[in-house]
Design a protein. Sequence first.
Length: 317
Amino acid sequence: MVNVASADENQTSSQQVSANPSPAGIADLWRAARMGAEGTTSSQSPFHGALINQYPAERLVYRSDYLAPAIMLSVFGMILVFAAFVAVNGPSRLEKGFSGVEIKRWSRFDVWLHWIGAIPCLILILTGLTLLGGRYFIEPWLGEAAWAGLVGFSKEAHDIMAIPFIVGWFLMTILWMKNQFLASYDFKWFLVVGGYLNFGPFKGKHPDAGFANAGEKLWFWTFAIAGGLIVASGIIMLFPNWVEPSRSLSLLAVLVHGACAVLIAAFTVVHIFMATVMSEGGMECMVSGYCDENWAKQHHNVWYDDLAREQKLEYRS
């Protein structure tokens, strides 16, 4: 029960409103609140006295009018853009073909860590896409019954997959950061689009790159920073009893979570295309941890030359 006392000084009695009031009861509750009535609650939260709609109303439309279409565009729009690009440009082939000699690029632990973060990330993007934009773009096609089942499943899967994603994000950020700082040659990498263009003056250009090229470094820092904001805002939404956020902080968490998800989703599509379709031999790195020697020389020559000079190349037996 919630007790709402009237602001009228002549009225000494209090109005009791059920925890699940009727529409008329809700109207009475808000009417009393607008008149300055004060209520009591059994909640111990430091924000238990805050009304739900205390923030500016225009913030509510950010999610529906901007973030919902943005998440759809970041996924499906990027897929269409890259599909068109591959159709016109074609993939980046190895100039000298596969050498048949493979060198170690990632440890077995790194490979597992990548997939511990990648698989939950993909599931979170798909379920988040449903939760954020599904009401506007999916429900009209499914109907209420099918939509209710889909959104219920998406909510449960999203909450469960959040935990391994947090673990993967934290470990990858900490352990892989050492190879992700910009070098002078990284700027030249952007000037020739990484050597992936197969036409004009860009054809055949293979810019210098260390263990991670400039594009991979950009993806890493996007994942580290935006992913960190996703983790922080997700914890606020997933554990409200623990965090005890204010109403305004809860809304801010929703908006930050959605905005960063749009960014991560777009970069994830790019990352998948670059690692599979665009880079011949690239996917093998995160399957076995080894890469073809010609692939290393063409795409990460600075890293390869450093290992060769220090006699630290590890060949696959």
